[in-house]
Each structure stands twice: as structure tokens, then as C-alpha cells.
Design a protein around this ligand. Structure first.
Ligand code: ATP
Ligand code: MG
Length: 600
């Protein structure tokens, strides 16, 4: 996040209303010159729009009443000059405005994205991606619309209302009073409108987020949906959410429609009243015809500011809701904070000491996912982790690069607690090939170089060799082929191999393979393993294994049971001595693996 974002972050309940909008002011501060220009040109415009009716009044009460046409030309030219100047100011304001406004939106978007990236896995596990999506897009646009147009017009309109009313009172106070009095119901209505609108508006935004989540899941999960023939079910779900959003949006529209009608009616009623009383006043000689004309022109110039007040207040409300939703993200602090220590030449000596781990939202009563895990892996050594599905293997490996932090005990690399290490440094030391290989919609090359952008072509080739991923050369554009969002155009095994090549290419000191070879056929697996042996020679390896063949990569095996490591030893010893281990790998153990005397 950029440091001068001036986000005064508070803890406690989510922010709401004006306060939340106010907290985004840091972004406006960067555009102070533009704001000053916008405001001065806008106020000058208001001044000119008042000056023009005053010239008209001078014209009617002067040359026209006196039937002396001499001053008509200069007065006319003056009015024309005022008009041209006003147009120029409007143009200036528009020009500056667009620049500043888009700048504000881009700044917030940038910071929001950075912040999202810095938030821990636990946050992303809790939040639906659709909600994030709608906050990053729709909500930011609402804030932009208000901070760009709404806020300025709110200021201009209120200034115009106040100044013009004062001018009117000064012109002829009885009529001025009528105008001023009509403000009372308007203010009252606006306030009650605002209270109700904020509730509906928040509901609309949240439902937008829910709908985005459904749309996204529908697109990402299309294969599952189609193959189970659940298109109808998913469609119904989406339709229900869409209808709900429609209903809420209609509530919102009905509310604003009623409000706007009143806002239109009240000033027009006032105009009628003024015309009537004004005509009487002129008849009695209390005011000149020119004054009445100027009065009416000025008053009519108030109709739009008043009527648009509804739109602007709605916009303001919308922006407040949106900024509250955006701030909810900003207010979530990353619990995983980078340390300061940097290991220049790590050897990769890994230790887990009495490590406990619980997912943040788990009930306190539940058994912890991991407890009292003790492990030591020497530099260059490779450890296989074997455990039943759901026993916590993936969770354990996630603790090393601090995707999650331990809740007890500690993880050290070369004797340094990982929490004291600089995060960038730590994550360059540890690389993981995950069980679900995520590929991004970029070229194969970019996908591979994710862990090390500066990798040379020959290094990329070497990594591809290790992972037996040379199929990339057969893609239509070779390494430059763009791979689908989820690598849809690749097979599961191909994706796994790319993910493996990516992890190898990062040249980590600690390489984690989370069941990375599961989708490979036996032949390819053998080739990959042979190549991996060389890589693992120079790195500390953690290999999550479900198959005996994968276990053979390792120097020793750890058995994970009930959230803790119960045995560490050689594959053959565990196979001989530990029934639970034998059961896990039983179906897979070939005769050559089986020590004499042990039946698989
Ligand atoms: N984000 C999460 N929030 C809450 N609980 C989780 C989360 N991820 C995993 N768990 C739970 O933690 C336990 C361990 O999960 P983990 O993914 O580590 O298992 P695993 O040993 O890797 O299993 P597999 O062999 O199937 O990959 C499981 O009971 C799982 O339900
Ligand atoms: Mg797993």
C-alpha cells in the first residue's frame, strides 16, 4: 500500500456513513490543485449565473422602462460576456475533473489490490471471491462517481441555494421568505430519505457481490456442473439471486422516485406562489417589473439544484456504502507480517519444534489440525510425509512459507524462526508445487517463471526436463502459448508437471512437493523421479506421498497420524514395524519394496 494513503485504520465495528467516506480523503489530498481549480471555477460559475439575471433586471428597469435604447447594446454585450465566461469555466472544470477523478479511482484500486495480495490465506478462505470482485469494481465506481461529480455538485448546489436565497431575500424579502420556507420540507424529506436509502443501498451492494460469486462459480465450475447435469439447478440458484437483487433494486428505485417527485413538486409550487404574490406586488408598486423577472429567473435557476439534490444525495449514500465495503477490506490487517532477518546463503536446515496449528475459525472445542509436531530435516535431505487423507499434510507444508502461521511452537530454517525472516526472502527459500496446480492466464513461459522472473531459457529448459514437461514444445506456439485461466486446455498431469517445473525453476533451498506426481502414469513418474533426485540433492525436500514409489525419493519418512508425527524412519523399517503405515501404502507396495517376511 502506498504510504501516504492516509487511511486512519480503526478497529471495531465496520465503518459506515460519512465517516467511512471521510476516511478515504487521503486519496483526494493527492489532487488538491485539481480540487482547488474545480471549486473556484464552479463557484465562479455560480456567481456568473446570478450576475446574468441581475443584468436582465438592469435592462428591464433601465433602458426598457425608460424607452432609452442607448445602454441596451453595452448591457447585452455584458450579459453575453458573462455567458461565454461561464461556459469557459464549465469546460475548465470538466477537464480537470476527469483527470483527478480517474486518478483517485486508480489510486484506490491499486492500493486495494496490493492489500488483497498481502492478506493471509485465512482471509481469502473466509471471503467469497465474488464479494471481493464487486468491491474492487462496482464499489470503486460508486466512490469515483461521488468524489468526482456528486461531491462537487453537492457543494455547488448548496452554495447556489444559499447565495441565491440571500439575493432573493435582499431583492424583496416577502417573496424571499416564501422561497426560504420551501427549503424546510425539502430538508426534512432529504433526511428521512437518506436514512432509508442507506439500508437499501447496502443490501443492493451485498446482493451484487453474492450474484458475482454465483456467476464466477458457474463459470469456473462449468465442467462439474455440465457433467453432473446440474445446469438447471445452478441456473435456478442464479436466477433466485438475480430476482432478489432485482426486487431490492426496485425498492431502491421506488424510494428515490417518491423522493424525487417531491423534490420536483416543491420548487414548482414555490414558483407559482411567487408569480402570484409577485404580480400583486408589482400591481401595488412594491417592486419593479425588472425585479420580478430577475426574481423568477433566479428562482427557476434553483429548480435544478434542488431537484438534482435527490440524485446527488443518493450518489453520496451509494458512495458511503461503497466506501464502507471497501474499508472493510482495508481494515482487515494481515496477521502475517514480514520479519526483518534475511538469510543470504541459507543451507536449508529445517526444524519444526512442538508445532501446533488450528485454522482461525475453528471451534475451540475441536481437536487441533496439528499438535506437537516435531521434525528435523538436514540440508540436502529429503523427507517424505505419509498420512491418511485429511490428516493435515498440506496444512503442515503451508506452515513453512507462512501461508499460515503456527499457533504454537515454531518452525525454523537454519535456526531462525520463519516469523523473523523477511517474507520475500523466506518465500524465495521455500517453493511449493501444490496438489492443485493453479496456472494463470499467461503464456507457459510466464507461468513457469512465476517464482523466478529472471530465469534464462536454458534454466527453463532444464526445469522442463526435470518435470518431463516437454509437451509444452508441442503446444501451438510452444512456450509462448497462452494457457487458459485454469490451464483448461491442459490435462491434469500436464498441469501438474508445469507446476512442478515452476517450483523447480524457483531453485528453492527447500522444495515442497505436495503429492505433485499423483496424476502421472507410472512410466512418466519414474522419469520425473529420476530427474528430481538430482534437484533434491542440492535442496532440502519435503515430499507428500500417497504412493510407495514417491516415498522412495526420500531419505526418510514421517508418518502423520491424528495431527501429529508418530514415527520417523526408513521406509522399509516403518513398513516392517508400523501396521498403520503398512495399511496406508499397502495396495501400492510391490514385492521389491517389501522387506522379507512382511506381507503386503
Ligand atoms: N482452509 C481451511 N479451513 C478450515 N479447515 C481446513 C482448511 N483446509 C483444510 N482444513 C482441514 O484441515 C484438515 C487437514 O487438511 P489437509 O488439507 O492438510 O489434509 P491433507 O493431509 O493434505 O489431505 P489430502 O491427502 O487429502 O490432501 C482437514 O480436516 C481439513 O478439513
Ligand atoms: Mg493435501
Amino acid at each position: 500500500m502506498t504510504d501516504d494513503a492516509a487511511l486512519t485504520v480503526t478497529t471495531g465495528p465496520p465503518p459506515a456513513g460519512v465517516r467511512s467516506l471521510w476516511r478515504l480523503r487521503g486519496y483526494l489530498k493527492r489532487h488538491v490543485p485539481a480540487l482547488v481549480i474545480m471549486l473556484t471555477t464552479a463557484l465562479a460559475g455560480v456567481g456568473l449565473s446570478i450576475a446574468i439575471p441581475l443584468v436582465t433586471k438592469a435592462m428591464i428597469d433601465g433602458p426598457i422602462a425608460d424607452r432609452d435604447l442607448g445602454p441596451v447594446l453595452p448591457l447585452g454585450l455584458l450579459a453575453l460576456a458573462f455567458g461565454v465566461l461561464e461556459a469557459f469555466f464549465i469546460w475548465c472544470r470538466r477537464w480537470v475533473q476527469s483527470n483527478a477523478v480517474l486518478g483517485v479511482e486508480t489510486d484506490i484500486r491499486h492500493d486495494l489490490y496490493d492489500h488483497l495480495q498481502s492478506l493471509p490465506m485465512a482471509f481469502h478462505g473466509r471471503w467469497q471471491s465474488g464479494q471481493l470482485l464487486s468491491r474492487v469494481t462496482t464499489d470503486l465506481s460508486s466512490i469515483r462517481r461521488f468524489s468526482g461529480f456528486g461531491m462537487l455538485f453537492l457543494l455547488i448546489n448548496i452554495t447556489q441555494l444559499v447565495v441565491v436565497t440571500l439575493v432573493l431575500l435582499n431583492m424583496y424579502w416577502p417573496l424571499g421568505l416564501v422561497v426560504a420556507a420551501s427549503a424546510v420540507p425539502i430538508i426534512y424529506l432529504s433526511m428521512s430519505f437518506e436514512k432509508r436509502y442507506v439500508v437499501v443501498s447496502r443490501r443492493v451492494h451485498d446482493e451484487h457481490g453474492d450474484l458475482a460469486t454465483l456467476a464466477e462459480e458457474g463459470a469456473v465450475g462449468i465442467r462439474v456442473i455440465k457433467s453432473f447435469g446440474r445446469s438447471r439447478f445452478v441456473g435456478d440458484q442464479y436466477e433466485a439471486a438475480a430476482t432478489k437483487l432485482y426486487d431490492t433494486s426496485m425498492d431502491k428505485v421506488r424510494l428515490s422516485a417518491r423522493f424525487w417527485t417531491f423534490l420536483e413538486v416543491i420548487p414548482n409550487l414555490a414558483v407559482c406562489l411567487v408569480l402570484l404574490l409577485g404580480a400583486l406586488g408589482v400591481g401595488r408598486g412594491d417592486l419593479s417589473p425588472g425585479t420580478l423577472v430577475a426574481f423568477i429567473i433566479l428562482m427557476l435557476s434553483l429548480v435544478w439544484p434542488v431537484a438534482s439534490l435527490g440524485v446527488i444525495l443518493a450518489m453520496a449514500q451509494e458512495a458511503m456504502t461503497a466506501s464502507a465495503r471497501v474499508l472493510e477490506i482495508f481494515d482487515t490487517k494481515s496477521e502475517i507480517i514480514s520479519g526483518h532477518q534475511v538469510l543470504e546463503h541459507p543451507s536449508g536446515h529445517l526444524r519444526l519444534e512442538h508445532v501446533d496449528f488450528n485454522f482461525p475459525d475453528d471451534d475451540a472445542g475441536e481437536a487441533p489440525v496439528l499438535h506437537d509436531v516435531n521434525l528435523e530435516v538436514d540440508p540436502g535431505e529429503t523427507l517424505a510425509i505419509v498420512g491418511a487423507t485429511g490428516s493435515g499434510k498440506t496444512t503442515l507444508t503451508a506452515l513453512l512459507p507462512r501461508l499460515y502461521d503456527v499457533t504454537g511452537g515454531r518452525v525454523t530454517i537454519d535456526g531462525v524462526d520463519v516469523r523473523e525472516l523477511d517474507l520475500v526472502n523466506l518465500r524465495s527459500i521455500v517453493a511449493t508445487a501444490f496438489e492443485e496446480p493453479t496456472l494463470f492466464s499467461m503464456s507457459a513461459r510466464e507461468n513457469l517463471a512465476l517464482g523466478r522472473a529472471e530465469a534464462t531459457d536454458s534454466e527453463i529448459e532444464a526445469a522442463i526436463d526435470v518435470a518431463q514437461a516437454d509437451f509444452v514444445h508441442d503446444l501451438p506456439w510452444g512456450l509462448d502459448t497462452r494457457i487458459g485461466e485454469q490451464g483448461m486446455s491442459l490435462s491434469g498431469g500436464q498441469r501438474q508437471r508445469l507446476a512442478l517445473a515452476r517450483a523447480v525453476l524457483a531453485r528453492p533451498k527447500i522444495l515442497i512437493l505436495d503429492d505433485t506426481l499423483s496424476a502421472l502414469d507410472v512410466h512418466t513418474e519414474k522419469l520425473v523421479e529420476a530427474a528430481l533426485r538430482d534437484v533434491l540433492e542440492n535442496a532440502t525436500g519435503i515430499v507428500v506421498a500417497h504412493r510407495a514409489s514417491t516415498v522412495m525419493l526420500a531419505d526418510k519418512v514421517a508418518l502423520l497420524q491424528d495431527g501429529t508425527i508418530t514415527h520417523v524412519g526408513q521406509h522399509s523399517d516403518l513398513l516392517a514395524e508400523v501396521p498403520a503405515y503398512r495399511e496406508l501404502l499397502a495396495g501400492d507396495v510391490t514385492d521389491s519394496d517389501t522387506p522379507a517376511g512382511v506381507s503386503a
